[in-house]
Design a protein around this ligand. Structure first.
Ligand SMILES: *[C@@H]1O[C@H](CO)[C@@H](O)[C@H](O)[C@H]1NC(C)=O
Ligand SMILES: *[C@@H]1O[C@H](CO)[C@@H](O)[C@H](O)[C@H]1NC(C)=O
Ligand SMILES: *[C@@H]1O[C@H](CO)[C@@H](O)[C@H](O)[C@H]1NC(C)=O
Ligand SMILES: *[C@@H]1O[C@H](CO)[C@@H](O)[C@H](O)[C@H]1NC(C)=O
Ligand SMILES: *[C@@H]1O[C@H](CO)[C@@H](O)[C@H](O)[C@H]1NC(C)=O
Ligand SMILES: *[C@@H]1O[C@H](CO)[C@@H](O)[C@H](O)[C@H]1NC(C)=O
Ligand SMILES: *[C@@H]1O[C@H](CO)[C@@H](O)[C@H](O)[C@H]1NC(C)=O
Ligand SMILES: *[C@@H]1O[C@H](CO)[C@@H](O)[C@H](O)[C@H]1NC(C)=O
Length: 410
């Protein structure tokens, strides 16, 4: 009993110690929260105070029970306080139609740049009301992302919901130490380019315990990213978790150390995907997908190492982003496509050191699916499934090699 008391006193002390900053409520800066009035200016005033405050942790508070209309807006750091909390409990909406956006050509609706220790937390929602952009069939480059966070350290996003972004919902660029948890992302299955979370030039990113139902990639991991850990994310509908696309226009791409585990793909077009452009350079390596549940997924495991938007491959483009050390271990569930595993690698740089094991995937009719491979070198204990896959020119001539997993033969 005494111990419990001591612990709770300690916890109170810690909590109190952490929430030591000022709270800046947008309503006190003139926000109406009626869903009609443009609250952008009030939010900027509140931001100025929050960011300029001298306390360790200041909070920008967006109360529940109200709907705040914001035009494209940028919250800029650096700030005086070491850390900023955005307590989002209300609903933030974009203008209802592209015709009422102050700048319909903006690349981002809500952006945060160079804000150290940003914590976005709460039960609130941001609604990009993207349908007027989608119905005009605008190019992706002509539509804004909903939330873009760049140049940040120690970012956390927890609890919030993002719906109907005109383009990608959450984009993280040039950030180190990121934790995203318990978020919901929602957009129609046919909404264009509405990626759930886009990551680029970022390291030490943890995404867990979240649900992403959208029209494009659930999570896309782009160049400059490493140490990416994705756990217990439910995807679908959507296009699955994708490394890339990498290497467009000859780009020198780099993605490494990606670990995706205990995720579910529910009616997604792809599951675990790596996509690199023909003519690209650089690498995608040390990428693991483990313990993945599939529900009627079209392409559960797919690599396209020589992606092109042309009809034919261009023989003059003689480079490819190198793909190596990719593991697919423990896939269970159902696929719609007969070719459940499709590894289309380039003859220029093989897919090397691939491990494919413990794949228990069936088609709707209960039959075992097929595997389609080009230029793949790797190993598997599943002789039946993988016999045809691995390149006979590989170091393991004959293709399939017995594979030992944590000391246990699988
Ligand atoms: C921003 O906040 C500072 C104090 O932190 C204040 O002096 C300044 O007037 C504010 N500017 C605006 C535009 O509100
Ligand atoms: C947006 O406004 C245009 C022009 O008024 C209208 O044609 C269109 O249907 C609106 N779109 C939505 C989604 O409300
Ligand atoms: C990030 O957070 C850790 C621990 O919470 C702290 O030690 C580190 O200084 C922070 N880094 C930055 C750049 O704020
Ligand atoms: C990955 O994320 C999970 C869930 O947050 C966590 O338990 C695990 O320790 C993380 N792994 C690494 C290497 O950060
Ligand atoms: C591969 O990535 C994991 C994180 O997913 C990391 O812990 C490990 O050290 C990396 N291995 C190599 C050889 O870099
Ligand atoms: C898969 O998605 C459907 C809706 O499309 C939903 O009813 C079902 O509960 C989901 N299954 C799982 C296991 O999440
Ligand atoms: C795989 O998932 C199951 C169920 O979620 C869990 O019990 C098990 O520990 C996971 N194994 C690994 C290696 O993550
Ligand atoms: C076989 O592998 C060797 C060494 O990796 C390589 O030099 C050669 O071009 C490959 N041959 C074919 C036909 O792919």
């Amino acid at each position: 009993m005494e111990t419990i008391l001591r612990i709770s006193i300690l916890i109170n002390f810690i909590c109190f110690g952490l929430v030591n900053g000022q709270i800046y409520n947008v309503l006190e800066f003139g926000a109406e929260g009626d869903g009609q009035t443009d609250d952008s200016n009030a939010f900027l005033q509140a931001w100025n105070a929050t960011c300029g405050g001298e306390e360790n942790i200041n909070t920008l508070f967006i109360p529940s029970g109200k709907t705040y209309l914001l035009q494209p807006i940028e919250f800029k750091g650096p700030c005086k306080s070491t850390s900023i909390k955005l307590q989002l409990d209300g609903i933030i909406v974009a203008p209802s139609n592209i015709t009422s956006w102050s700048n319909p050509k903006s690349q981002t609706w809500i952006s945060f740049s160079a804000v150290p220790g940003l914590m976005i937390d709460g039960s609130g929602t941001i609604n990009g009301r993207g349908s007027s952009f989608w119905e005009l069939s605008l190019k992706a480059s002509e539509r804004p992302r909903a939330l873009h966070i760049c140049n940040c350290n120690n970012l956390t996003i927890n609890g919030i919901t993002s719906i109907d972004s005109p383009k990608s919902h959450i984009s993280i660029k040039n950030c180190n130490y990121v934790a995203i948890s318990k978020i919901n992302i929602l957009a129609p299955e046919n909404s264009p380019n509405t990626d759930g979370i886009d990551i680029s030039y970022s390291t030490n990113v943890n995404i867990f315990d979240s649900t992403i139902q959208t029209g494009d990639d659930c999570i896309a991991i782009n160049t400059g990213s490493s140490s990416i850990n994705i756990t217990e994310v439910n995807c679908g509908p959507g296009h699955g978790i994708s490394v890339g696309s990498l290497g467009a226009d000859g780009e020198n791409a780099a993605v490494s150390d990606v670990y995706v585990t205990q995720c579910t793909f529910n009616k997604t077009t792809n599951g675990a995907r790596i996509k690199t452009w023909q003519g690209g350079q650089g690498y995608a390596r040390n990428i693991s997908f483990e313990n993945i549940t599939l529900i009627n997924v079209k392409n559960p495991i797919i690599i396209d190492q020589q992606y092109t938007d042309k009809v034919l491959l261009d023989a003059t483009k003689d480079s490819a982003v190198a793909i190596s050390s990719v593991k697919y271990v423990g896939f269970q569930g159902t696929t719609l496509n007969e070719d459940a595993i499709m590894l289309k690698c380039s003859a220029i740089t093989y897919c090397k050191d691939m491990v494919i094991d413990d794949i228990e995937v069936t088609m709707e009719n209960g039959e075992k699916p097929k595997v389609e491979c080009e230029n793949v070198e790797g190993e598997s204990s599943d002789n039946d499934l993988m016999r045809e896959c691995f390149n006979s020119n590989s170091t393991f001539s004959g293709g399939v090699r017995n594979y030992f997993y944590r000391g246990q033969r699988m």
